[in-house]
Design a protein around this ligand. Structure first.
Ligand code: KIV
Ligand code: ZN
Length: 519
C-alpha cells in the first residue's frame, strides 16, 4: 500500500458528483463552492467536485473548487475517452493536489452497450489511463458495475489500469447488488490475484439499493480497501450512496473491531448534513442513522430513566461528537446579535459579519411573529435559500389569500418577475392551489409539479412549516424549499424557489437577456 499508512482509511466524498446526480438535487454554483469548502474543512481527503464535461456549469464549479482547495485533493470525473479526460484535467489542474477519475462499464451488460469485446475494452483502458497519467500523477480508475463483472476479466482490466499508471483502483457496486461478505471477498481476490495490487490503493464505492451500502463499504475496508467513497446524508441516485457520517462514525465507535483512522472532524457532521439537506431539497429522514432528528432522541420512559442515570445505557456515541449541542436554549425577540452568533455556532454555522447581519434581520422578523425560536427554527432559517435573495429572478412581494368553507379560494399575488413588479388575482381549489395558479399566471411555464410536501418544524400552532416542492421539465427535476409560520406563504416561496432554480439552469449565463425580455 502507498500514500497512506496501513491503519488510515481515506474518505472520498462524491456529494457534488454522484450525490448531485440524484434527480432534483441540482445545486447552484455558490452552493457547490460552500459545500466543497465545508468538506475540505472537515478533513475529507478527496473531493469529487463534479463531471467537468457534463456541462459548462459543472466545468466552472470544478475549476473554482480546485482554485479554492486547501487540503483536499480535488477530483474530476471523466468517461473513458480523451476529450472527457482533457476536460477533467483542465478543471482540476488548478488545485494544489489534483486527481482525474476515469471509468468504463466492464460487466457483460455494459460491454454490450459500448459494443466493446474484452480485448478492445482492455485496449481502451490502457489508452485512456495512459493519457490521463501523462497529464496528472494522481489517477483513479473505476470498472463500473465491477460487482457484476466476471472475476477473470476484472483482474485483467485492473492489471491493465495499474500498468498504465492508475494510483487508485475503485471497485463500484454501481447497482447496490453486492452483499458484505461478497464485497470483502472481491477486494481480497483482487489483492491476491492482480500483479501490482499492493502498490496502489483500492477504493470501495457502494450504492444503497438493498440498504447495505455502509455494511458493504466496511466489509471492503476489512478486506484491504483503504478509500471509502461516500456522500453526505447518503445522497445519490436511486437509494443513494454510502453515507459519509455512517462510515466515519462506525469506524470511530467500533474502533475495537475496525481499527482504522480517518482525518474527519466528526463535530462538523451535523452542520454539513443540514447544509446538504437544505441545498439539495432532500430532507433527512427523522430516523436516519447519525444525522436524523431522532438519532439522539429518547422517548420511552425506560430509555429516559436510563439516560438520566447513565447516558451510556442507551447512547453509543455522544451528540457532541457529531456536532449536536446538548442544550436547546430558546431564543426570542430580545436575544441580541452576539447570542445569535453563539447559538448558530453551536449548531454548526460559522458566519462572517455580513452574513450574520443578514441572518439577524430575518431572525428578528421571525421572533416578532413567533414567541419562542427553537434550534429547529434557526436551522430552517439558515436553510432559507439564496434563491430568495434580492437578486433572484422571481421574488415574492405580497400575498393575500382569501379562504373559507365556500370555495373557490382566492389568491392576490404581487411578484417581481425579472425586475418588474406584477400583480394578479387567481382562484383555485384550496389556498395553495390558488396561490400556485397565480404564480403560473405571472410566470407561465410548462414544468409539472412532481412533489408538494409540508412538515412542521416544531410543535405548536405558531410553528413554522417547511415546504418542499419539486418540478419537472424535459426530464430535469428542480426543487425548492422554504419555511414560514404561514404554510401558504412557505408554499409560494418554495414554488418560486424551484422556478428560480429552473430559470438559473436553463438560462445560465444569459440571465440578463431574460431579465430584459421579462417585461
Ligand atoms: O456507481 C458508479 O459506478 C459510479 C462510477 C462513475 C464510479 O458512480
Ligand atoms: Zn456511483
Amino acid at each position: 500500500m502507498t500514500q497512506t499508512s496501513q491503519d488510515q482509511v481515506l474518505i472520498f466524498d462524491t456529494t457534488l458528483r454522484d450525490g448531485e446526480q440524484s434527480p432534483g438535487a441540482t445545486m447552484s454554483h455558490t452552493e457547490k463552492l460552500e459545500i466543497a469548502a465545508l468538506l475540505d474543512e472537515m478533513g475529507v481527503d478527496i473531493i469529487e467536485a463534479g463531471f467537468p464535461i457534463a456541462s459548462e456549469g459543472d466545468f466552472q464549479a470544478v475549476t473554482e473548487i480546485a482554485k479554492n482547495a486547501k487540503n483536499a485533493v480535488i477530483c474530476g470525473l471523466a468517461r473513458a475517452n480523451l476529450a472527457d479526460i482533457d476536460r477533467a484535467w483542465d478543471a482540476v489542474r488548478h488545485a494544489p493536489r489534483a486527481r482525474i477519475h476515469t471509468f468504463i462499464g466492464t460487466s457483460p451488460l455494459h460491454r454490450d452497450i459500448t459494443a466493446l469485446d474484452q480485448g478492445r475494452m482492455v485496449a481502451r483502458v490502457h489508452e485512456t489511463v495512459t493519457h490521463a497519467r501523462n497529464l496528472c500523477d494522481n489517477i483513479q480508475w473505476s470498472p463500473m458495475d465491477a460487482t457484476r463483472t466476471e472475476h477473470d476479466f476484472l483482474c485483467r482490466v485492473v492489471e491493465t489500469a495499474i500498468k498504465a499508471g492508475a494510483t487508485t483502483i475503485n471497485i463500484p457496486d454501481t447497482v447496490g447488488y453486492t452483499y458484505p461478505r461478497e464485497s470483502a471477498d472481491l477486494i481480497a481476490m483482487l489483492l491476491e490475484r492482480v500483479p501490482g495490487a499492493d502498490k496502489i490503493i483500492f477504493a470501495t464505492h457502494c450504492h444503497n439499493d438493498l440498504g447495505m451500502a455502509t455494511a458493504n463499504a466496511l466489509a471492503a475496508v476489512e478486506a484491504g480497501a483503504r478509500q471509502v467513497e461516500c456522500t453526505i446524508n447518503g445522497l445519490g441516485e436511486r437509494a443513494g450512496n454510502t453515507a459519509l457520517e455512517e462510515v466515519v462514525m462506525a469506524l470511530k465507535v467500533r474502533n475495537d473491531i475496525l481499527p482504522y483512522a480517518t482525518r474527519i472532524d466528526t463535530t462538523k457532521i451535523m452542520g454539513i448534513s443540514r447544509m446538504v439537506a437544505a441545498v439539495s431539497g432532500f430532507p433527512v429522514q427523522f430516523n436516519k442513522a447519525v444525522v436524523g432528528k431522532n438519532a439522539f432522541a429518547h422517548e420511552s420512559g425506560i430509555h429516559q430513566d436510563g439516560m438520566l442515570k447513565n447516558k451510556e445505557t442507551f447512547e453509543i456515541m455522544r451528540p457532541e461528537d457529531v456536532g449536536l449541542t446538548a442544550t436547546n436554549l430558546v431564543m426570542g425577540k430580545h436575544s441580541g446579535r452576539a447570542a445569535l452568533r453563539a447559538k448558530l455556532s453551536e449548531l454548526g454555522y460559522e458566519l462572517g459579519d455580513n452574513q450574520l447581519k443578514d441572518v439577524f434581520v430575518r431572525f428578528k422578523a421571525l421572533a416578532d411573529r413567533k414567541k419562542e425560536v427553537y434550534d429547529d427554527d434557526l436551522i430552517a432559517l439558515m436553510a432559507q435559500s439564496s434563491l430568495e435573495d434580492d437578486d433572484a429572478f422571481l421574488q415574492l412581494r405580497r400575498l393575500r389569500v382569501i379562504c373559507g368553507t365556500e370555495g373557490p379560494q382566492e389568491a392576490e399575488l404581487t411578484m417581481q418577475v425579472g425586475g418588474e413588479e406584477k400583480f394578479i388575482d387567481a382562484t383555485g381549489d384550496g389556498p395553495v392551489d390558488a396561490c400556485f395558479n397565480a404564480v403560473k399566471m405571472l410566470f407561465p411555464h410548462e414544468a409539472r409539479l412532481e412533489l408538494y410536501q409540508v412538515h412542521a418544524v416544531t410543535e405548536g400552532t405558531d410553528a413554522q412549516a417547511t415546504v418542499s416542492v419539486r418540478l419537472k421539465l424535459e426530464g430535469v427535476v428542480y426543487s425548492g424549499q422554504s419555511s414560514d409560520t404561514d404554510t401558504v406563504v412557505a408554499s409560494a416561496k418554495a414554488y418560486i424557489n424551484a422556478l428560480n432554480r429552473l430559470v438559473l439552469h436553463r438560462h445560465r449565463g444569459n440571465l440578463s437577456a431574460l431579465m430584459s425580455s421579462a417585461g
